[in-house]
Design a protein around this ligand. Structure first.
Ligand SMILES: Cc1cc2nc3c(=O)[nH]c(=O)nc-3n(C[C@H](O)[C@H](O)[C@H](O)COP(=O)(O)OP(=O)(O)OC[C@H]3O[C@@H](n4cnc5c(N)ncnc54)[C@H](O)[C@@H]3O)c2cc1C
Length: 301
């Protein structure tokens, strides 16, 4: 019989009670019942078998830049990839292979150094390769799906890894078919030749634009809502005069109305209530039911 998660915790493979807030850009949220910082893929089969014995919900955490974790924490197993999953390889064929924990800005910058272009848009997105594949992260006229060739994915329910093509992942605006128990291990991206000077110029343009138009990379998680077809959630929220609108320690950014910022000492529940209230007001005034891009994890009231 395989071991349970509790037994794996006793053995020291997984931890208990690790506070997750600091692993997210919002810096909010409580502890995970079980927590695994993955150092190599081998542990995943044991985890998959343990989940078969003792099923709990799984939360994969990348760089936590699209997540709000409940103040009560995560009641199941949270899995995060360690620094061991940070390798980037440049193939002679222009294919860039990146392990799942590689930060997207690093992928953009290192690709430009190798005179490989196309991935510059990642410089302004503070997520990881795994998070970008799951979310089909994008911006500046491009998105992950446009450059992704294939990904290696470990399926906890099948206890095995397999290679999937971008087409298999059914990627559309900020979404893919990946489920909560499918872990991206690595991804291969196509690129196009670019001169280092031209690539660096693009990186500069993007980072300058971000600095001018959006708040920085902490105490928020980027766009709260997906843009409705043909419009921008930020424009709609701004037009209702909600920039600066606050609930407890969370407020709509004065710089970009689709970014909601948390003060030091804010609660995850404040962000949740702010999001609910803004969505309610937008629907009342415009009839538009905004859809979340941000993900809430755990229990909210
Ligand atoms: C300042 C700021 C600006 C942003 N701008 C943009 C933008 O322009 N465009 C954009 O698309 N997003 C943007 N974001 C949001 C965020 O960076 C992206 O959604 C990013 O893809 C999330 O990656 P992550 O590693 O942080 O994922 P997390 O936030 O950790 O997780 C997001 C989702 O992906 C899943 N996940 C994470 N890692 C893996 C993995 N290895 N395998 C399987 N699933 C995984 C999680 O379970 C969760 O469902 C911004 C965020 C911030 C804070």
């Amino acid at each position: 019989m395989s071991q349970t998660l509790s037994e794996l915790a006793e053995e020291g493979l997984i931890e208990t009670g690790v506070v997750l807030g600091s692993l997210t850009t919002y810096k909010l949220g409580g502890p995970a019942r079980f927590y695994l910082e993955l150092k190599d893929e081998n542990a995943l089969v044991r985890i998959a078998l343990a989940l078969g014995e003792e099923p709990v919900e799984v939360l994969i955490i990348g760089r936590g830049s699209n997540l709000v974790i409940s103040d009560a924490g995560w009641p199941g197993l949270a899995i995060r990839f360690g620094a061991e999953f940070s390798n980037i390889e440049f193939g002679a064929d222009g294919v860039v292979s990146a392990a799942t924990a590689v930060p997207l800005p690093r992928l953009a910058r290192e690709s430009v150094k190798q005179e490989r272009g196309g991935l510059e848009f990642f410089v302004g997105i503070p997520g990881s390769v795994g998070g970008a594949v799951r979310m089909n992260a994008g911006g500046h006229g491009s998105e992950t799906a446009e450059w992704l060739i294939r990904a290696r994915v470990f399926d906890l329910s099948a206890a095995e890894s397999r290679e999937v093509t971008a087409a298999d992942l059914d990627m559309s605006y900020r979404s893919s078919s990946l489920t909560a128990d499918q872990l991206v291990l690595s991804a291969d991206f196509r690129t196009e030749p670019i001169s280092r000077a031209a690539g660096e110029g693009l990186l500069r343009e993007i980072t300058q634009w971000r600095r001018a138009h959006q708040p920085g990379g902490t105490h928020n998680a980027g766009s709260v809502f997906r843009n409705p077809p043909g419009d921008a959630a930020g424009r709609i929220i701004d037009e209702l005069g909600l920039k600066g609108f606050r609930v407890g320690g969370a407020a709509v950014s004065k710089k970009h109305a689709n970014f909601f910022e948390a003060d030091p000492g804010a609660k995850a529940q404040d962000v949740y209530e702010l999001v609910s209230e803004v969505r309610r007001r937008v629907e009342d005034k415009t009839g538009i039911a905004l859809q979340l891009e941000l993900q809430f994890a755990g229990v909210f009231e």
